[in-house]
Ligand binder design. Structure first.
Ligand SMILES: [Zn+2]
Length: 89
């Protein structure tokens, strides 16, 4: 390989590395801020009447429980009975 061609290849390799690093940094910084941690923000509700399971926003669930003073469960979207309870508790 000629000396001149070698230099061009080196420059191209360095540029590709910089672009790759920049892209990875961009993806990491933008993704980390915009994507919420879904696993901690949701709660799994199970219906004691029909066995239906669904995901509910944790804050929404807590608000529901406070509003109803824990006396009744969450209304099941399948059988419409207020017998849905969090699997965590
Ligand atoms: Zn149900």
């Amino acid at each position: 390989m000629e000396e001149g061609t070698k230099k061009i290849v080196m420059v191209v390799v360095i540029l590709v590395c910089l672009i790759a690093a920049g892209t990875i940094y961009y993806i990491n910084s933008s993704g980390g801020n915009s994507v919420p941690e879904v696993g901690e923000a949701t709660v799994t509700i199970k219906c004691n009447s029909c066995g239906n399971e669904w995901q509910m926003d944790n804050r929404e669930y807590l608000d529901y429980m406070i509003t109803n003073q824990n006396r009744i469960g969450v209304v099941c979207p399948k059988c419409k009975k207020a017998t849905g309870y969090s699997l965590k508790n």
